[in-house]
Design a protein around this ligand. Structure first.
Ligand code: U5P
Length: 223
Protein backbone atom coordinates (compact mmCIF):
# COMPACT_ATOMS: atom_id res chain seq x y z
CA UNK A 1 0.00 0.00 0.00
CA UNK A 2 0.96 3.67 -0.23
CA UNK A 3 3.35 5.17 2.31
CA UNK A 4 3.74 8.78 3.45
CA UNK A 5 7.16 9.86 4.70
CA UNK A 6 7.56 13.11 6.61
CA UNK A 7 11.23 14.16 6.63
CA UNK A 8 12.40 16.82 9.06
CA UNK A 9 13.52 20.05 7.41
CA UNK A 10 16.72 19.65 9.41
CA UNK A 11 17.72 16.91 6.95
CA UNK A 12 16.44 18.23 3.62
CA UNK A 13 17.80 21.75 3.21
CA UNK A 14 20.55 23.60 1.30
CA UNK A 15 23.10 22.90 4.05
CA UNK A 16 22.81 19.12 3.59
CA UNK A 17 23.23 18.26 -0.13
CA UNK A 18 24.88 14.91 0.72
CA UNK A 19 21.95 13.85 2.88
CA UNK A 20 19.43 15.07 0.27
CA UNK A 21 21.16 12.84 -2.25
CA UNK A 22 21.02 9.83 0.10
CA UNK A 23 17.29 10.47 0.68
CA UNK A 24 16.76 10.63 -3.07
CA UNK A 25 18.53 7.26 -3.48
CA UNK A 26 16.45 5.54 -0.79
CA UNK A 27 13.18 6.99 -2.15
CA UNK A 28 14.09 5.98 -5.67
CA UNK A 29 14.84 2.41 -4.51
CA UNK A 30 11.51 2.11 -2.69
CA UNK A 31 9.64 3.61 -5.65
CA UNK A 32 11.29 1.25 -8.13
CA UNK A 33 10.26 -1.84 -6.11
CA UNK A 34 6.64 -0.63 -6.31
CA UNK A 35 5.90 1.55 -3.30
CA UNK A 36 3.56 4.50 -3.93
CA UNK A 37 5.23 7.36 -2.08
CA UNK A 38 4.39 10.84 -0.91
CA UNK A 39 7.17 12.68 0.91
CA UNK A 40 6.48 15.75 3.03
CA UNK A 41 9.46 17.97 3.85
CA UNK A 42 9.68 20.33 6.82
CA UNK A 43 10.87 23.93 6.83
CA UNK A 44 14.10 23.41 8.77
CA UNK A 45 16.41 26.19 9.97
CA UNK A 46 15.47 28.55 7.11
CA UNK A 47 11.79 28.46 8.12
CA UNK A 48 12.77 29.28 11.72
CA UNK A 49 14.87 32.26 10.53
CA UNK A 50 11.97 33.71 8.53
CA UNK A 51 9.50 33.06 11.34
CA UNK A 52 11.81 34.75 13.85
CA UNK A 53 12.24 37.78 11.55
CA UNK A 54 8.48 38.01 11.10
CA UNK A 55 8.01 37.87 14.88
CA UNK A 56 10.53 40.67 15.35
CA UNK A 57 8.67 42.70 12.73
CA UNK A 58 5.55 42.21 14.83
CA UNK A 59 3.78 40.25 12.08
CA UNK A 60 0.91 37.94 12.98
CA UNK A 61 1.08 34.15 13.20
CA UNK A 62 -0.59 33.68 9.83
CA UNK A 63 2.26 35.52 8.09
CA UNK A 64 4.82 33.62 10.20
CA UNK A 65 3.23 30.33 9.10
CA UNK A 66 3.13 31.41 5.44
CA UNK A 67 6.86 32.15 5.54
CA UNK A 68 7.45 28.73 7.11
CA UNK A 69 5.36 27.12 4.36
CA UNK A 70 7.38 28.80 1.61
CA UNK A 71 10.66 27.62 3.21
CA UNK A 72 9.35 24.04 3.36
CA UNK A 73 8.24 24.25 -0.28
CA UNK A 74 11.73 25.35 -1.30
CA UNK A 75 13.24 22.39 0.58
CA UNK A 76 10.68 20.15 -1.15
CA UNK A 77 11.82 21.47 -4.51
CA UNK A 78 15.45 20.61 -3.66
CA UNK A 79 14.43 16.97 -3.11
CA UNK A 80 12.17 16.99 -6.20
CA UNK A 81 15.09 18.04 -8.42
CA UNK A 82 17.40 15.50 -6.73
CA UNK A 83 14.80 12.85 -7.70
CA UNK A 84 14.40 14.06 -11.30
CA UNK A 85 12.78 12.60 -13.43
CA UNK A 86 11.09 10.30 -10.90
CA UNK A 87 9.25 12.99 -8.92
CA UNK A 88 6.30 15.19 -9.81
CA UNK A 89 7.93 18.54 -10.72
CA UNK A 90 5.95 20.81 -8.36
CA UNK A 91 5.27 20.64 -4.63
CA UNK A 92 1.43 20.53 -4.38
CA UNK A 93 -0.10 23.44 -2.40
CA UNK A 94 -3.29 21.75 -1.30
CA UNK A 95 -4.90 18.34 -0.94
CA UNK A 96 -6.52 18.88 -4.38
CA UNK A 97 -3.17 19.47 -6.08
CA UNK A 98 -1.70 16.57 -4.11
CA UNK A 99 -4.30 14.14 -5.47
CA UNK A 100 -3.69 15.37 -9.00
CA UNK A 101 0.10 14.93 -8.62
CA UNK A 102 -0.36 11.52 -6.96
CA UNK A 103 -2.46 10.27 -9.87
CA UNK A 104 0.63 10.44 -12.12
CA UNK A 105 2.31 7.58 -10.20
CA UNK A 106 5.45 9.66 -9.72
CA UNK A 107 6.95 10.26 -6.27
CA UNK A 108 5.19 13.36 -4.89
CA UNK A 109 7.10 15.75 -2.63
CA UNK A 110 5.17 18.41 -0.71
CA UNK A 111 5.96 21.11 1.82
CA UNK A 112 3.31 23.02 3.76
CA UNK A 113 -0.33 23.59 2.78
CA UNK A 114 -1.90 26.34 4.92
CA UNK A 115 -1.42 28.23 8.22
CA UNK A 116 -2.44 26.68 11.54
CA UNK A 117 -0.48 23.46 11.31
CA UNK A 118 3.00 22.08 10.60
CA UNK A 119 4.16 19.77 7.82
CA UNK A 120 3.19 16.85 10.10
CA UNK A 121 -0.41 18.04 9.61
CA UNK A 122 0.13 17.92 5.85
CA UNK A 123 1.60 14.41 6.15
CA UNK A 124 -1.41 13.17 8.13
CA UNK A 125 -3.96 14.77 5.75
CA UNK A 126 -2.15 13.24 2.78
CA UNK A 127 -1.87 9.81 4.44
CA UNK A 128 -5.63 9.86 5.04
CA UNK A 129 -6.44 11.02 1.49
CA UNK A 130 -4.36 8.37 -0.28
CA UNK A 131 -5.22 5.57 2.17
CA UNK A 132 -1.63 5.16 3.36
CA UNK A 133 -0.82 1.97 5.24
CA UNK A 134 1.91 3.80 7.19
CA UNK A 135 3.05 7.32 8.04
CA UNK A 136 6.78 7.49 8.73
CA UNK A 137 8.16 10.45 10.68
CA UNK A 138 11.88 10.79 9.92
CA UNK A 139 12.78 13.07 12.78
CA UNK A 140 15.66 14.23 15.00
CA UNK A 141 15.04 11.73 17.81
CA UNK A 142 15.17 7.91 17.83
CA UNK A 143 11.48 7.64 18.69
CA UNK A 144 8.91 8.80 21.22
CA UNK A 145 10.37 9.13 24.72
CA UNK A 146 8.87 9.31 28.21
CA UNK A 147 10.45 12.82 28.44
CA UNK A 148 12.51 15.07 26.16
CA UNK A 149 15.75 13.06 25.70
CA UNK A 150 17.69 16.29 25.00
CA UNK A 151 16.79 17.59 28.47
CA UNK A 152 16.15 14.50 30.63
CA UNK A 153 18.90 11.85 30.62
CA UNK A 154 16.61 9.25 32.22
CA UNK A 155 14.09 9.52 29.34
CA UNK A 156 13.17 6.11 27.86
CA UNK A 157 12.17 5.24 24.33
CA UNK A 158 8.60 3.87 24.08
CA UNK A 159 8.58 1.20 21.32
CA UNK A 160 4.77 1.06 21.00
CA UNK A 161 2.06 3.45 22.16
CA UNK A 162 -1.55 4.43 21.46
CA UNK A 163 -2.66 7.82 20.11
CA UNK A 164 -3.97 8.61 23.57
CA UNK A 165 -0.64 7.73 25.22
CA UNK A 166 1.15 9.82 22.61
CA UNK A 167 -1.07 12.81 23.46
CA UNK A 168 -0.09 12.42 27.10
CA UNK A 169 3.70 12.37 26.56
CA UNK A 170 3.96 15.11 23.91
CA UNK A 171 2.85 18.58 24.82
CA UNK A 172 1.04 20.11 21.85
CA UNK A 173 2.20 23.51 20.59
CA UNK A 174 0.40 25.83 18.17
CA UNK A 175 3.24 28.34 17.57
CA UNK A 176 4.79 28.86 14.13
CA UNK A 177 8.08 26.93 13.92
CA UNK A 178 7.40 25.18 17.24
CA UNK A 179 4.82 22.53 16.49
CA UNK A 180 5.70 19.18 18.09
CA UNK A 181 6.36 15.77 16.47
CA UNK A 182 2.70 15.58 15.45
CA UNK A 183 0.76 18.84 15.60
CA UNK A 184 -2.86 18.86 16.88
CA UNK A 185 -4.26 18.55 13.32
CA UNK A 186 -2.00 15.57 12.58
CA UNK A 187 -2.85 13.66 15.74
CA UNK A 188 -6.62 14.13 15.21
CA UNK A 189 -6.40 12.92 11.62
CA UNK A 190 -4.26 9.82 12.22
CA UNK A 191 -6.50 8.91 15.15
CA UNK A 192 -9.82 9.31 13.31
CA UNK A 193 -8.56 7.18 10.40
CA UNK A 194 -6.44 4.81 12.48
CA UNK A 195 -3.24 5.40 10.49
CA UNK A 196 -0.17 3.74 12.05
CA UNK A 197 2.68 6.21 12.63
CA UNK A 198 6.31 5.10 12.88
CA UNK A 199 8.80 7.56 14.41
CA UNK A 200 12.46 7.01 13.46
CA UNK A 201 15.72 8.93 13.46
CA UNK A 202 15.94 10.60 10.05
CA UNK A 203 19.65 11.44 10.24
CA UNK A 204 20.16 8.13 8.41
CA UNK A 205 17.80 7.66 5.41
CA UNK A 206 18.36 3.88 5.69
CA UNK A 207 16.15 3.99 8.82
CA UNK A 208 13.26 5.10 6.59
CA UNK A 209 13.90 2.24 4.19
CA UNK A 210 14.08 -0.26 7.05
CA UNK A 211 10.69 0.65 8.52
CA UNK A 212 8.97 0.88 5.12
CA UNK A 213 10.23 -2.67 4.47
CA UNK A 214 8.65 -3.74 7.77
CA UNK A 215 11.48 -3.63 10.30
CA UNK A 216 10.62 -2.68 13.88
CA UNK A 217 12.61 0.43 14.73
CA UNK A 218 11.93 3.56 16.75
CA UNK A 219 8.34 3.92 18.02
CA UNK A 220 5.03 2.78 16.58
CA UNK A 221 1.91 4.83 17.37
CA UNK A 222 -1.37 2.99 16.67
CA UNK A 223 -4.96 2.76 17.85
N1 U5P B 1 3.53 25.58 8.27
C1 U5P B 1 2.18 25.91 8.17
N2 U5P B 1 1.33 25.06 7.50
C2 U5P B 1 1.73 23.89 6.94
C3 U5P B 1 3.10 23.54 7.08
C4 U5P B 1 3.97 24.39 7.74
O1 U5P B 1 1.76 26.94 8.64
O2 U5P B 1 0.90 23.20 6.34
C5 U5P B 1 4.45 26.54 8.90
C6 U5P B 1 4.51 26.42 10.43
O3 U5P B 1 4.78 27.67 10.98
C7 U5P B 1 5.67 25.46 10.61
C8 U5P B 1 6.62 25.95 9.55
O4 U5P B 1 6.23 25.51 11.90
O5 U5P B 1 5.78 26.29 8.44
C9 U5P B 1 7.68 24.95 9.11
O6 U5P B 1 7.14 23.65 9.03
P1 U5P B 1 7.63 22.51 10.03
O7 U5P B 1 9.09 22.29 9.71
O8 U5P B 1 7.46 23.04 11.45
O9 U5P B 1 6.79 21.32 9.78
Amino acid sequence: GPVVIKVSGKYVNPEKPGLVKRYAQVLHELHSVGYRLVVVVGGGPEARRYIEAARELGLGKSFQDILGIEASRLNARLLIYALHPNAYPEPPRSIWELLEAYSTGLIVVAGGFQPGQSTSGVAALVAEAIGAELLVLATTVDGVYTADPAVDKSAQLIPRLSYEEFRRVVRQSMSPGRYELLDPVAISIVERSNIPVRVVNGSDPENVKRVVLGEELGSLITG
